[in-house]
Design a protein around this ligand. Structure first.
Ligand SMILES: Cc1ncc(COP(=O)(O)O)c(C=O)c1O
Length: 415
């Protein structure tokens, strides 16, 4: 694809809101879909539709093939060792809940420790709190420093406490508030030194970094389809075979069984179907495969340069606004590098984020405001709400200019 023409394959970008051309800067919440994904959804919704893994008829076989092809595409994209390590879910939230249930049942007992960080999205906090309530396990927090980054030495203190090591570290690849890429490869190495498995919440990570789960040595990596230019209601739990084999299912129903008897109990299907009970969102999963192919087809070098330019230009524009505080700055901390993606959360003195967001909306600009589903982090940063802009592959420097001019206007109106 000729990358500057990328906007042409996203029909959503052509629309106007309040008579103004849409400037969509809420990609971290959900991204727009390319034609290829839309066409596949349309084709399957309007005819190529038969329940998978069950029937021998033409449509069922077609859909099964597309569903399993998507699994192969994703396996290759994230370099999993096996196709059956890719479990389809309805999104990051469902993946974390699945893990909290099944990993919890298998490995977590009263008094065990589970570690999360202050950076986490609610989806990577609440399922673990629920698990702690069920089992009597304890949630331990690896706190950020005042710059928002994580000191690995503090992790070592948590991991090295007397008594048994924590049972799991669950943390974000990229915070949806700070837009900083955690050096997860190094962190996983530290955790593994203490024999602690690691789950990476890749909801933002997989959108902005090429992920190789074997190179990272992640034990689990979870993400959503809709942030990756795919459909809503789709997602993935990647897990190492050794854990997935040992874990029991989290939901029962069709497709996850090998045999069912009313007298002799049920034998479960092998991976991956053990974790895919009921009729899967097979149309969505197939379209997620198309979205991953779309990402794979992008010119990596162009995308990297485009993101770097957006980051440096946005930092420059935001620094020109008086009273603006930006949270999450790229740099070297604790001897490790924290890169920034084009995602910026900030506050502006004298202007509430929700008011700014409403004014920007009337100018055609979609942004996010509030606690950003990360209340502990926003509080830790000393705020009650923030304004966030997040760029997708199709956003341009012209849009950034327009946003910066509109933000100035909004701030002036509110002060
Ligand atoms: C870092 C992070 N984790 C988890 C989620 C939850 O994703 P979903 O709502 O698609 O399940 C999000 C969504 O914004 C996120 O940014």
């Amino acid at each position: 694809m000729n990358e500057p023409d990328i906007r042409a394959v996203f029909p959503a970008l052509e629309q106007k809101v309040y008579g103004k051309p849409l400037v969509y800067l809420d990609n971290a919440a959900t991204a727009q879909k390319p034609e290829k994904v839309i066409a596949l959804l349309d084709e399957m919704n309007s005819g190529v539709n038969g329940n998978i893994h069950r029937a021998v008829h033409f449509l069922s076989v077609q859909c099964t093939e597309r569903y399993e092809q998507a699994r192969r595409v994703i396996k290759k994209y994230i370099n999993a060792a096996h196709e059956h390590e890719i479990i389809f879910t309805s999104g990051t939230t469902a993946s974390v809940n699945l893990l909290a249930y099944s990993f919890g049942q298998r490995y977590i007992r009263k008094g065990d420790r589970i570690v999360v960080t202050t950076q986490e999205h609610h989806s990577n906090i609440v399922p673990w709190q629920l698990l702690c309530e069920r089992t009597g396990a304890v949630l331990e927090v690896w706190d950020i420093d005042d710059s928002g980054v994580l000191d690995p030495k503090k992790l070592e203190v948590i991991l090295d406490k007397s008594g048994p090591a924590p049972k799991l570290l669950a943390m974000a690849h990229i915070s949806n508030v700070l837009g900083l890429v955690n050096p997860v490869r190094d962190i996983i190495r530290i955790a593994h030194h203490y024999k602690v498995p690691v789950m990476i919440d890749g909801a933002q990570g997989i959108v902005h970094r090429r992920v190789d789960v074997q190179d990272l040595d992640a034990d689990f990596y979870v993400f959503s389809g809709h942030k990756l230019y795919g459909p809503t209601g789709t997602g993935v739990l990647y897990g190492k075979e050794k854990y997935l084999e040992e874990m029991g299912p989290w939901q029962g129903g069709g497709d996850m069984i090998a045999s069912v008897s009313l007298t002799n109990g049920t034998k479960y299907a092998p991976l991956p179907m053990k974790f895919e009970a009921g009729t899967a969102n097979f149309i969505g999963a197939a379209a997620l495969g198309a979205a991953v192919e779309f990402m794979d087809s992008m010119d990596e070098l162009w995308l990297k340069e485009h993101e770097e330019t957006l980051v440096s230009e946005t930092v420059k524009k935001l620094s020109e606004i008086e009273g603006l505080t930006l949270y999450g700055t790229a740099g070297t901390y604790y001897g490790l590098s924290w890169e920034k993606i084009p995602l910026f959360s900030f506050s502006v003195e004298g202007a509430h984020p929700n008011d700014m967001a409403l004014l920007l909306d009337k100018m055609g600009i979609a942004v996010r405001s509030g606690q950003l589903c990360a209340e502990p982090l926003v509080e830790r940063l000393g705020q009650t709400a923030l304004l966030r802009i997040s760029f997708g592959v199709y956003n341009t420097l012209e849009e950034l200019d327009y946003f910066a001019a509109c933000l100035r206007k909004a701030v002036a109106m509110l002060r």
